[in-house]
Design a protein around this ligand. Structure first.
Ligand SMILES: [Zn+2]
Length: 337
């Protein structure tokens, strides 16, 4: 079975490690999701340049850079997206509606700052991977899982948006741009409300879901095998495989990246009882043709083959970023290029 991991991050500036892990996991290709945000302004550049090692195997989705002293605005977002795509990006990664990020930026996704970028993304049918929300349990210390409390992932405190607000903003964006090609990360956190996922999937032709854990999703799948199997069969053309793999072996929730891959593939593909990472269940046993769409075909249909990087595009993107980077990041950028 061909496998494309649609949801991978470079956290440690080590694309060679990501590539070696992809080889170990038997991935034909994988997609790097850049999340420069306000902490790592060169992350999009690094994801793009990772393609040099294996241009036919690596996709890069660019993310917006936020820097102190440069207020976010619609023209800048549009320009960043345009330059990232010209440099060889394959899509647009949005993390701004993850509650912890939203809390910091306070930028409504249905507001002016994102509007031009969404217009461009719809016009050009740019694939988007969009993290909106978090598991509903994270909004209350009493219901949140232990690992979420331990890692300070609770959405409790001043400045956090409610989950309803985040969902509302997504719906406003889709109402305005109904042909947007967005794959909502982590099942859009709807494993506790399948009807919600179905409503959005039915309403918008290019609204997709990625199956990157969220452990809670997989617990839900295993707890209602028949219900979810029917869901996977019905929406087999709009679901994409992902794992949140990073360029390091460990994982704070599952212990290791290998455990995540095993857990996801056993849940979706096998129909036998298994016990992995402390979780026991019986796989859903999706039909091979459905598996192949979810594991590779759907993502490929949307993103095509990886775009080549463009030297002039890279330079134009880097030049645009330079004035807002610290001296140290400017030196790093030059060394990367
Ligand atoms: Zn992710």
């Amino acid at each position: 079975m061909r496998v494309i991991d649609s949801h991978v991050h470079l956290e440690n500036h080590d694309p060679a490690k990501a590539l070696a892990m992809a080889d170990d996991f038997g991935y034909e290709r994988f997609a790097l999701m850049a999340i420069p945000c306000y902490t790592d302004p060169l992350n999009t550049l690094e994801c793009l340049l990772a393609k040099r090692a294996a241009p036919e195997r690596i996709y890069a989705f660019g993310g917006m850079v936020y820097t102190p002293g440069t207020p976010a605005n619609g023209r800048d977002h549009e320009k960043q997206l345009e330059l990232m795509m010209q440099a060889g990006c394959d899509g647009f990664k949005i993390l701004e509606s993850k509650p912890s990020v939203y809390r910091r930026l306070q930028l409504p996704l249905d507001g002016d700052v994102f509007d031009r970028a969404f217009a461009l993304a719809q016009a050009e049918q740019i694939p988007i991977t969009w993290h909106a929300g978090d598991p509903a349990t994270f909004w209350d210390a009493k219901t949140a899982p232990e690992f979420a409390v331990r890692h300070n992932w609770l959405c409790v405190g001043e400045g956090f948006p409610s989950l309803a607000r985040l969902y509302g903003e997504v719906e406003n964006v889709f109402a305005r741009y109904p042909r947007l090609c967005a794959s909502m990360a982590h099942l859009y956190f709807t494993s506790d409300d399948r009807a919600h996922a179905e409503r959005m999937l039915d309403q918008y032709e290019n609204f997709w879901l990625d199956l990157t854990p969220g452990s809670e999703m997989y617990h839900a799948f295993l707890a209602d095998r028949d219900g979810w199997k029917a869901f996977f069969d019905k929406y087999q053309d709009k679901l994409v495989f992902g794992t949140d793999m990073v360029d390091a072996e460990g994982d704070v929730v599952f212990g290791s990246q290998q455990t995540i891959v095993d857990f996801v593939l056993n849940t979706l593909c096998d129909d036998k009882p298994f016990s992995i990472g402390g979780v026991s269940g019986t796989g859903l046993g999706l039909a091979p043709a459905v598996q192949q769409k979810i594991l590779a075909g759907n993502f490929e249909r949307r993103a095509g083959t990886p775009n080549p990087i463009s030297a002039s595009g890279l330079n134009a993107y880097a030049e645009y970023l330079m004035p807002r980077l610290t001296k140290e990041d400017q030196r790093r950028a030059e060394a990367l290029l």
